[in-house]
Design a protein around this ligand. Sequence first.
Ligand code: HEC
Length: 188
Amino acid sequence: MRKIALSIICLGLAACQSASTDNLEQRTAESRAVTMEFMTTLKGELQTAMKAGGPVNAIQVCNTRAPAIAAGFSEQKGWTVARTSLKYRNPDNAPDAWERKVLEQFEERKANGEDPQQMVYTEVVEDKGTKNFRFMKAIPTGPVCLACHGDKIDTAVEARIQEHYPEDRARGYKAGDIRGAFTITQPM
Ligand code: HEC
């Protein structure tokens, strides 16, 4: 009886709820906040560089700034913060088995009509005795992305991409496609 009464009280108390779930909601909220800031920072720098010197100039933002921003968040939070994709440009961004499964689920969810803008997946994953909270958030393709990830890529841009990423797979996207995802691992 007591247990039932307590859980009824808990229904109305966020603090109670998070205590009983190892703050999974807080972990999710913090992960979301990091991906939002990552996205805003990167998009801002990308647009500034595009305006200043077009996509050829902006490649350096994605090439050097994206990994640097990710590394900065990883250090600040004590997590692993990165970007990944089923069709990646940088092999360092290749998904692991868990990430691949989630990216495939995102594609299925999109095919079933869900908006990639809101798509998130979280799971507590245990691997060889280590427990991690893992978070992924889909990254939709916007019109601004097509200069470097679309069907028709300018020859100068293409040459520069080829130079840095000879095995590039991150092309042929259309606006609205899922370009990839942010991926966060929080040790528990
Ligand atoms: C100026 C060219 C350029 C534009 C515009 C651009 N990207 Fe990229 N993108 C790149 C490069 C270069 C990389 C490889 C970065 C690296 O080395 O980690 C990349 C990598 C990525 C990755 C990591 C996975 C992978 O393929 O390696 C994601 C996700 C991504 N871009 C999403 C986007 C989205 C979303 C947009 C639009 C908002 C966008 N990009 C616009 C050039 C661009």
